[in-house]
Design a protein around this ligand. Structure first.
Ligand code: RIB
Ligand code: CA
Length: 313
């Protein structure tokens, strides 16, 4: 089967970094057209640098990394250094990347790629706030009908919020962008906290990365040993949740995941519940379903895939 053409839109972030590495370790499944970066976990100047660092760790300086939006569509940026550290990639020893940042803005790269590739053949994989995606759709509405699918990490329902009591970080940072993406008519698959909190990088799983005995393996283990602090402290969980890699793993082995096609709306007005994703899980409204809302993952299979693919880098 042909590899699936994707664009990863990301705000690295340790878990974003693992998602990028999973994609780079799976060329037979994933044809990575490029990486677009967005402000989120840390400001854009750092997310675009971190994306290039990850590509260099994987010895993939050929990957096109673009910088996109430096702030949400209509709000001030909220970042998450408390989770990811000041650099956004705390844990391993970092370095100045030598690969160049692509000149073209990430939003324009998304537009150009969707216009150049055959309709219905490109999947967008947002792993951070949805600002770049919404900005591309606003700037070039003609590309919306050309998107094959959007598989994103974001939202929460039964699991409630991680940045506020009601909202998950990616949606909270740019709720207007999230609302526009969920309402654009493209097939959307969401990886909310409901599923990503079941993909925990336990000490044994982190050790399996380190036991790969490679630069990628130790870089990943170092990232995750830092990244877990926030969730272990807050939730008492047995390791950090690998939110963003769920998106890429779903493209490679969808059978590891299960969910329900439901209506999902985003709160953009209430200060109390701003960014909340209201999933009509029990079908109690007449709002039409607009997202495959994933609720479960076979965690051992997920980590076996992740470890095997990172082991190829
Ligand atoms: O809430 C988790 C999400 O926010 C992940 O994508 C993480 O990288 C941060 O961007
Ligand atoms: Ca992210």
């Amino acid at each position: 089967m042909r590899a699936r053409k994707i664009i990863i839109d990301t705000d690295p972030g340790q878990d974003d970094a693992v998602a990028i590495l999973l994609a780079l370790g799976s060329p037979q499944d994933i044809d990575l057209l490029g990486i677009t970066t967005v402000a989120g976990n840390v400001p854009l100047a750092l997310t675009q640098k971190n994306a290039r660092i990850v590509c260099e760790v994987a010895e993939r300086r050929d990957v096109k990394v673009h910088a996109g939006c430096a702030a949400p569509l209509e709000r001030a940026l909220v970042t998450a250094e408390h989770v990811h550290g000041r650099t956004g990639l705390d844990g391993p020893e970092l370095f100045e990347p030598t690969m160049a940042l692509a000149e073209q803005n990430g939003v324009d790269f998304i537009i150009e790629s969707l216009r150049q590739e055959a309709p219905g053949t490109v999947t967008l994989c947002p792993l951070g706030p949805l600002t770049n995606i919404a900005a591309a759709f606003r700037k070039a509405p003609d590309i919306i009908g050309r998107v094959q699918e959007i598989v994103l990490m974001g939202g929460a329902y039964f699991e409630v919020g991680n940045i506020t009591p009601a909202a998950e970080f990616n949606i909270y940072v740019d709720p207007e962008a999230a609302r526009e993406v969920l309402g654009c008519g493209v097939a959307v698959t969401m990886m909310p906290l409901d599923v990503t909190h079941k993909a925990l990088a336990t000490p044994a799983r982190v050790a399996a990365f380190r036991d790969l005995g490679t630069r990628v393996g130790s870089f990943t283990a170092d990232m995750l040993e830092f990244f877990e602090r926030f969730d272990v402290e807050k939730y008492g969980s047995e390791g950090g949740p690998l939110h963003d890699p769920c998106v890429i793993a779903y493209l490679i082995r969808p059978e590891l995941f299960s969910g329900r096609h439901v209506n999902v709306e985003v709160e953009t007005a209430s200060e109390l519940t701003l960014g909340m994703t209201v999933a009509d899980w029990w079908g109690v409204t007449d709002r039409s379903p607009n997202a495959m809302f994933i609720g479960d993952v076979e965690a051992d299979g997920f980590f076996a895939l992740l470890t095997e693919r990172l082991g190829r880098l």
